[in-house]
Design a protein around this ligand. Sequence first.
Ligand SMILES: Nc1ncnc2c1ncn2[C@@H]1O[C@H](COP(=O)(O)OP(=O)(O)OP(=O)(O)O)[C@@H](O)[C@H]1O
Length: 339
Amino acid sequence: MSYVHIDHVRKNFAETAVLQNISLEIEKGEFVTLLGPSGCGKSTLLRAIAGLETVDSGLISVNGKNITDLPVQKRNVGMVFQSYALFPNMTVFDNIAFGLKMKKVTKSDIATKVAQVIELIHLTGKEFAYPHQLSGGQQQRVALARAIVSEPDILLLDEPLSALDAKIRKTLQVELRNIQKSLQMTMIFVTHDQEEAMTVSDRIFVMNQGEIVQSGKPEDIYASPANEFVARFIGSYNVLTDEDLYHLSGEKVQAGSYAVRPEVIELYSDEIPSAMKTSGYWVRGCIRNKITRGNVRRYEIQANNRVIYVDELNVPQIPPFQEGAFVQARLPEGECILL
Ligand SMILES: Nc1ncnc2c1ncn2[C@@H]1O[C@H](COP(=O)(O)OP(=O)(O)OP(=O)(O)O)[C@@H](O)[C@H]1O
């Protein structure tokens, strides 16, 4: 059996099925992410693993122990929340040491362990500061240290970086991943931010409406979304149907939905050059909007009833198309994923 084993877990709130038959396996030392839109059940699943929520049926085991019905304090599970939930009247040292004191760890062991995690989270020198004297990022580091110092079997992180500004958030994503690797600690991370999930995870479980709709390595999910929901949510893919597309060779397009990333679509102001007509699909449309962000220029193209997004990379080298212009878009055949 895997280190974390979740088997047919169900949970209803009143009439709503919030977790529908969830089964998953996680190996020891893995960093996995539950990724999905608001309300899909990520936090409920995490809270069920922590013991903060009961389940209606199914089984949860961690490190060979069935914890489904154990109280929170008997699970040896750590948790970090979006709100840091530090004790405001305690120093950094005392906040981190709190759990160890409760467990009656000796004073000298506490001093050693706390010093080690303070170094790990780069807060050496801040031992005697109070939470209000720290930045949001520093407070979240303390919350993380407090969770890992108890050496839990598994650490659960519920949107821990969501309250931080973008720059600190990116720094902490990398640091969190480094800490996880150095400790070889099994972590389950919850986020609704697909970029964050891609950055930190060994594996991602994509959730929608209480179900896991796809799981796998970030790059595999990105390259091969299993359905329209994942394609739109993960890769900002365009999802088009055979009715939107024409084959450049004149062949009939196979019926179905196709996922196409914005950056693989080529735009032409006139006819598509004949050299490019040997394969692929085309769509004609009108540019209704153009936004440049850093090195990427994004066009929104109105094609019949459909809006198609196209990204041009390395912006400065290419003169832009104007809003209102009609364009021909070529979609390379190998880049159109039949869902
Ligand atoms: N204690 C509760 N009582 C009733 N409904 C609840 C309760 N907790 C959660 N829900 C409902 O269950 C669904 C899933 O909530 P959950 O918090 O697990 O979603 P989430 O994916 O973590 O969303 P978010 O990213 O917004 O936190 C939501 O529709 C929510 O309203």
